[in-house]
Design a binder for this molecule. Structure first.
Ligand code: A3P
Length: 345
């Protein structure tokens, strides 16, 4: 009898304990979302000695929360109207480079309360069909934001597509342009790995990287191979420089963004004239993924999709050496033009 009562008591305690933990977790999550949704008092500024900067940041954080809720379907169209949310053309674009770490850069910048990302690659400027739909079509593809926020989109194909610089210039000649680069040979192999994976998914066979990167007739680097051409950064950049001064570009070190993202993000914050808000708290290393992941708050964090950070196939060292030698003079020119030097071999 006594044993039965004790068991019952233990059961009750267990249920109560679970309820308490559950409620606590709920409260923590709720406080996080309430904090984001707390409306800004319109007369707040008349009282406390808050700085303009702090006020603006609070407003931005609130706006960010609302947008987040809206994307989850929790904010109504009425709220969007009430809070004057708008779909703004981007003030900055990550124009490339494909496989440089463009997704990681966009997602990490999106940690900043003043930044709103366009989640999808829009391909407005590089796709003639989309471009023909006009700038309003492009604007409507942008996420809702507050006027103080900046919208950022990324479409890595922009960097290498002939028509894009002129088209972007026509939209906004003072737009800020971000280019994230990686050591060119590694980038080319990463590019190849992505295509290879696509082929394998369709049960198709594909050439080895060595066969594509080296011309079998001349034994020289095959400059017709797209993955090689994309890595000749200076060639593409020179086309852009016919429209935009070099000061309008910021070069991000994609290799460093993998190993040490914060300093790279801080440089971007500076370039975009944003107050420094991304901190080490927002970035944590996930040993299983082998990459840094993103922490928005105590309950919400995420890593990039598994398609980011693929294992590259092994490539013949003589081919790697040949490619590195080939890229070397182009890299030197790239450093000279951009003023950013890398330790690429
Ligand atoms: P690999 O798959 O070759 O490793 P993009 O987004 O432009 O396609 O670039 C993909 C690359 O982003 C990946 O290339 C990966 O190395 C890099 N990357 C940088 N930071 C990352 C992160 N935090 N998580 C996953 N991948 C990241």
């Amino acid at each position: 009898m006594l044993f039965k009562q004790q068991a019952l008591l233990r059961q009750k305690l267990f249920v109560l304990g679970s309820l308490a933990i559950g409620s606590l977790l709920y409260l923590v999550a709720r406080v996080g979302s309430l904090d984001r949704l707390q409306p800004l008092c319109p007369i707040d500024g008349r009282f406390g000695p808050r700085s303009q900067d702090e006020m603006q940041l609070r407003a931005l954080q609130f706006k960010r929360g609302l947008l987040h809720e809206f994307r989850k379907g929790n904010a109504t169209k009425e709220q969007i109207r009430l809070h004057n949310l708008v779909q703004q053309l981007p003030k900055a674009i990550i124009i490339g480079v494909r496989k440089g770490g463009t997704r990681a850069l966009l997602e990490m910048l999106n940690l900043h309360p003043a930044v709103v990302k366009a989640s999808q690659e829009i391909h407005f400027f590089d796709n003639d069909e989309n471009y023909a739909k006009g700038i309003e079509w492009y604007r409507k593809k942008m996420p809702f934001s507050y006027p103080h926020q900046i919208t950022i989109e990324k479409s890595p194909a922009y960097f290498i597509t002939e028509e894009v610089p002129e088209r972007i210039y026509k939209m906004n000649s003072s737009i800020k342009l971000l280019i994230i680069v990686r050591e060119p040979t590694t980038r080319a192999i990463s590019d190849y790995t992505q295509v290879l994976e696509g082929k394998e998914r369709k049960n198709k066979t594909y050439y080895k990287f060595e066969k594509l990167a080296i011309d079998p007739n001349t034994c020289e680097v095959n400059t017709k191979y797209k993955a090689v051409r994309t890595s000749i950064y200076t060639k593409h950049l020179e086309r852009w420089l016919k429209y935009f001064p070099v000061e309008q570009f910021h070069i991000v070190d994609g290799d460093r963004l993998i190993t040490e993202p914060l300093p790279e993000l801080q440089l971007v914050e500076k370039f975009l004239n944003l107050p420094p808000r991304i901190s080490q708290y927002n970035l944590y290393f996930n040993a299983t993924r082998g990459f840094y992941c993103l922490r928005f708050n105590i309950v919400f964090n995420k890593c990039l999709a598994g398609s980011k950070g693929r294992i590259h196939p092994e490539v013949d060292t003589s081919v790697i050496t040949k490619l590195r030698k080939f890229f070397h003079p182009f890299n030197q020119k790239f450093y000279q033009i951009t003023g950013r030097t890398f330790n690429w071999p």
